[in-house]
Design a protein around this ligand. Structure first.
Ligand code: F6R
Length: 609
């Protein structure tokens, strides 16, 4: 977690650093700060709170200078406070560091450094870094960083500035993202590409185990022992405006509305309309390899894991390969039975989630082939997987995932059909039925988006609820999980999803007069059962909102509010039914006055375990 930036060149550093940090605030926003070199010393401005508070401090007491580093924090070790905000310093104020990640052996290192007389000012793991570098400093910052890194265990992306060496910044990466934007007589450092896009489109993406000496005139990349490594710049094609709000009140609303485009783009070029089959250019699994697969594991976190729950249903139904879905944070600690005849599907919007990346590496170490579904080209997950399906959702800035989820679902549809087609167990007719329905999805999502005003009107009625239950069966249950997560993370209303048939085994005790229940009813073969479950909660006087298929007027009779989605192939309904659930969560949270883009305690990219 956390966002880090650095700048060295001819411009004033502070505006460049603040601009970059603004674009990284999705990574954390509980405190922020900058260090700038000027007139032979390092000056720092940092505070608990959002970035705007640092801006205010800097307006009152400007920090001139053309080289500097900056940080926006999401607390892991040490509560959000002025003292724990980055940058951190050594004892002599000679060295300043910003860090993203977790130094796992920091207690041991801190004790060792304290015995040597180092004085610590914060409760953070990060502060061991400047002190460790100070301990090894003999005049060369680069060598001191190299020596310090040999002692450090855990994850880090870091930028180091030293008052004796204003001619360069030293950066290093292990298991946390870091990129270097390449300018003319100036260079930029950041945790993520959008932070440098206003200045350059040519970047180095550092790999694990790489460090760099960044000067205004050039960048030298090496391993941690100083062995120089050739590095090819990556040219970014996408536009910065794609990462801005485009007239919407919040990024989340903009991203919900981008779903028709995102789904269309993700599908583009992956359906051969002549033969009506799926083509996945970056999936190299042969038909023989697919036929040998005995098991598929889906490994992911949060929303991505709920996409995996839909994926399990699709792959088992179409390709008849057993699928297990694991939360990435559990996967590698449960001694999973994974081997050469299994395929591990890693789903991650950011491609940098620490738990998910650890799951990927665990699966590979156990001999499994790994297929990644991710939204970020050049992310760790994209680079380390054997096969890749890129979701072309574009940058997702709001913490709550929306367009990434729908494009993950679309990718899983494509993959399930692909596996079935390569195994020769899906008829041309069935394939055509699904693919044609898939091609209609973008227009149908637009239709669902047209129900926004209705959802906005009634969502306000639920703003003061303490609990909301989401129920569904089969695919509708999988979507309910995502609906409940969306609502709780942005509105702070307690929300739980239940398989509708499971209610009577305990949860029904919580259903009393006026408790809201959101029922998803889109699966024809489970329709009667769902209506019985709705009747069960209505008999306890619950307030029921139903999400039903167009033309279903019977459900209407049993509930208080109803929303409809267009008719589509039975297996494709999740991609349509999730949209009203996203809008419901959004407008309930807005009615409560919540900051939907930056919910409390959360951050967009979770690069710590
Ligand atoms: C919820 C949400 C999170 C992410 C999870 C995994 O709206 O966005 O639950 O889905 O943190 O993130 P990625 O997909 O980047 O690995």
């Amino acid at each position: 977690m956390c966002g880090i930036v650095g700048y060295i060149g001819k411009q004033e550093a502070v505006p460049v650093l603040l601009d970059g940090l603004k674009r990284l605030e999705y990574r954390g926003y509980d405190s922020a700060g900058v260090t700038v070199f000027n007139q032979g010393k390092l000056s720092c401005s940092k505070t608990v709170g959002r970035l705007v508070k640092v801006e205010e401090l800097l307006e009152k007491s400007p920090l001139p200078g053309t080289v500097g580093i900056g940080h926006t924090r999401w607390a892991t070790h040490g509560r959000p406070s002025d003292r724990n905000a980055h940058p951190h310093f050594d004892c002599t104020q000679r060295i300043s560091v910003v860090h993203n990640g977790i130094i796992e052996n920091y207690i041991e290192l801190k004790e060792w450094l304290q015995e040597k007389g180092h004085i610590f000012n914060s409760e953070t793991d990060t502060e061991v870094l400047p002190h460790l570098i100070e301990e090894y400093y003999r005049g060369s910052l680069v060598e001191a960083v190299q020596d310090a890194l040999k002692k450090v265990e855990g994850a880090f992306a870091l930028v180091v500035i030293c008052k004796d060496h204003p001619e360069h910044l030293v950066v290093a990466r292990k298991a946390s993202p870091l990129i270097i934007g390449l300018g003319k007589e100036e260079n930029f450092i950041a945790s993520d590409i959008p932070a440098v896009l206003p200045y350059t489109r040519d970047i180095f993406i550092l790999d694990d185990g790489e460090m760099a000496v960044v000067e205004a005139a050039g960048v030298q990349v090496s391993d941690f022992d100083g062995k120089l490594l050739p590095k090819k710049p990556f040219h970014v094609e996408w536009d910065i405006t794609a990462a801005e709000k485009g007239g919407y009140e919040d990024f989340m609303l903009k991203e919900i509305h981008e779903q028709p485009r995102a789904v269309r783009d993700t599908m583009a070029g992956k359906i051969d309309r002549g033969e009506m089959k799926v083509v996945l250019p970056e999936v190299k699994l042969s038909a023989a390899e697919i036929n040998k697969l005995q098991k598929i594991h889906v490994v992911a976190c949060g929303t991505a894991s709920y996409a995996g729950q839909v994926g399990k249903f699709l792959i088992e139904k179409l390709a008849r390969i057993p699928v297990e879905v694991d939360l990435a944070s559990e996967f590698r600690y449960r001694d999973p039975i994974v081997g050469p005849n299994s395929l591990t599907i890693i789903i991650s919007q950011s491609g940098e989630t620490a738990d998910t990346l650890a799951g990927l590496r665990e699966a590979k170490a156990l001999g499994s082939r790994v297929l990644a579904i991710t939204n970020v080209v050049g992310s760790s997950v994209a680079r380390e997987a054997d096969d890749l399906i890129l979701t072309l959702a574009g940058p997702e800035i709001a913490v709550a995932s929306t367009k990434a989820y729908t494009t993950q679902l679309l990718s899983l549809y494509l993959l399930a059909i692909y596996l079935a087609q390569e195994r020769g167990i899906i008829s041309l007719n069935d394939r055509m039925g699904m693919l044609e329905a898939m091609m209609n999805l973008p227009t149908q999502i637009e239709k669902v988006l047209n129900t926004e005003t209705k959802i906005k009107e009634f969502a306000g009625n639920f703003k003061d609820c303490e609990d909301i239950f989401f129920i569904g069966r089969g695919l509708d249950y999988a979507v309910s999980l995502e609906g409940a997560l969306k609502l709780k993370e942005i509105s702070y209303i307690h929300a739980e999803a239940y398989a509708a048939g499971e209610l009577k085994h305990g949860t029904l005790a919580l259903i009393v007069e006026g408790v809201p229940v959101f029922a998803v009813v889109t699966q024809p073969e489970l329709y009667d059962k769902m209506i019985s479950n709705i009747k069960e909660v209505k008999a306890r006087e619950a307030t029921v909102v139903a999400l039903a298929l167009a033309g279903d007027h019977d459900t209407e009779k049993s509930v208080d509010y109803v929303l409809h989605i267009p008719l589509t192939h039975t297996m494709l309904t999740p991609i349509l039914s999730v949209v009203p659930l996203q809008l419901f969560a959004y407008y309930t949270a807005k009615a409560k006055g919540c900051d939907v883009d930056k919910p409390r305690n959360l951050a967009k990219s979770v690069t710590v375990e």
